[in-house]
Write a protein that binds this ligand. Structure first.
Ligand SMILES: [Ca+2]
Ligand SMILES: [Ca+2]
Length: 469
């Protein structure tokens, strides 16, 4: 053996030892959540014009879960589910009311931040992560807050018709990104990523757009020609085969009704504002990801990006969330980082409650025995690995959806059903529940329906209010 070969072998051993040493240090976690973002991103192809280059770049670097769904399609309860790893049917929050720490079912359940903290991590939280923030007994789950993301608001209404809730206003405001709470948060997170940490970190960054009100600087509106925006296909006749009780379940007084949106000729401009807000928040995601890429943590940080639920923009004559249809339940979910292959998306079902056990496994933390989700590591390793468990979504007490690779079954509290075949009906136009040919499929899927669901927990003040109404 000549000396040159010897040298190469020794160098190779040093490199192997070096990479093993790096592998044995626990990875950091960067969790980016987005509020009310449906599948209108480039990588999920939910809208042909959505411009999301930064999220798309991350998607290319990691594993996209293209069939991922929230546990419950409303902000607060969905976030409680993510942070606890438990379904709404276990924790009992089905609406905006109670905070995590007020739910009796979660008295002994550590948030994912607390579980990581108890296992040696430094915890940073910024923006809207839990809807009610980490307060009271959860305050100690966080080592450092990066602040909330309240940005500038216009003094007067901009575009919203009289009589509509101001919460739903939209428009080109403020002038610059620097006045936006989300952008300020992105810059704080970016700065933190260039600090030196003594421990591995778990950083949660929660962006607020495209949640209403859809105020976003003009340059993001300029990306979308309002006259050329493609609108969702939403024939009124789509409602003909739905159970009669669906309206009372999905009605939410603050959101405009589709018929009102049409009457006021606002569909195009509201859709433009939603798309503009998506591109703005994508830019904020890019600020954080660029900072990570240029930081010392670039090669040893797992990134997980998700949205708390989807959003209707007129599909099934509905706006906003709280339904059990695809527009409301489907969410972006992707993982990237050390050990995660790039490229192919998986079509196996996934739930947002799977994030907790997945990160615990990826970071080799002790198990949290409360968790109800299923680790997504098998699909991170190979996107074709089949998964038995469907994605289960609940909306209000007693109503559930079971989503597999091919099907969606919805069963309402009164027993009414909807069944959709996603192999040829991704818009869920054709309700097959009444077709005798599909009764066996319904039976199979029904086995996954939650049993003995926890009743809705209401705070004392809410119970009193309900009695007086
Ligand atoms: Ca939300
Ligand atoms: Ca239909």
């Amino acid at each position: 053996m000549n000396i040159r070969i010897l040298l190469v072998i020794s160098l190779a051993s040093i490199l192997v030892v070096g990479s093993q040493a790096q592998d044995s240090s626990p990875p950091n976690v960067l969790m980016i959540s987005i509020d009310d973002l449906n599948d209108w991103t480039g990588f999920l192809d939910g809208h042909p014009q959505a411009h999301t280059p930064h999220m798309d770049k991350l998607a290319k670097q990691g594993r996209v879960f293209a069939n991922a769904h929230c546990a419950i399609p409303v902000c607060s309860s969905s976030r409680v589910s993510v942070m606890s790893g438990l379904a709404a049917t276990t924790h009992g929050s089905y609406e905006l009311g109670p905070a995590y720490e007020e739910l009796p079912a979660l008295a002994d359940v550590p948030t994912i931040q607390r579980h990581f903290k108890d296992n040696g991590y430094y915890i940073l939280v910024g923006g809207k992560v839990l809807h009610h923030d980490f307060r009271n007994r959860l305050a100690g789950d966080v080592d450092r807050s990066l602040g909330r993301n309240k940005g500038a608001r216009p003094k007067e209404r901009m575009n919203i018709p009289a009589g509509w809730s101001k919460a739903w206003d939209w428009g080109e405001y403020p002038e610059n990104d620097s006045e936006m709470g989300d952008f300020q948060l992105a810059e704080k997170a970016a700065a933190a990523l260039h600090e030196k940490f003594e421990k591995p970190f778990f950083m949660s960054v929660g962006f607020f757009r495209p949640h209403v009100p859809l105020y976003t600087p003009p340059k993001w509106f300029d990306l979308y020609d309002v006259e050329r925006i493609e609108l969702p296909d939403n024939p009124v006749s789509d409602l003909d085969d739905l159970p009669k009780n669906f309206l009372s379940i999905n009605d939410y007084a603050v959101a405009p009704k589709h018929v009102e949106v049409l009457e006021h000729r606002k569909q195009r401009s509201m859709t433009q504002a939603y798309l503009a807000s998506i591109s703005f928040v994508d830019h904020c995601v890019g600020v954080v990801l660029d900072a990570l890429e240029s930081s010392p943590y670039a090669d040893n940080t797992i990134v997980v990006l998700w949205s708390d639920h989807g959003f209707h923009l007129g599909e099934k004559q509905h706006w906003a969330k709280r339904t059990l249809w695809e527009e409301s339940t489907r969410v972006p979910l992707l993982f990237a980082g050390p050990g995660i292959d790039s490229g192919l998306a998986t079509k196996e079902p996934a739930s947002l409650i799977d994030i907790y056990p997945t990160l615990v496994e990826l970071c080799q933390l002790p198990e949290n025995l409360h968790l109800e989700g299923v680790s997504l590591v098998p699909q991170l390793d190979n996107p074709e690995t089949p998964r038995e468990q469907p994605a289960i979504t609940s909306s209000y007490f007693g109503n559930h959806s079971i989503r597999t690779r091919e099907w969606r079954l919805i069963v309402y509290e009164d027993g009414a059903q909807e069944l959709y075949d996603h192999r040829n009906d991704r818009d869920e136009f054709d309700n097959l529940a009444g077709d005798p040919a599909h009764q066996e499929t319904i039976e199979q899927l029904s086995r996954w329906l939650p049993q003995n669901a926890t009743p809705e927990f209401r705070k004392v003040s809410e119970r009193a209010k309900a009695r007086s109404n």
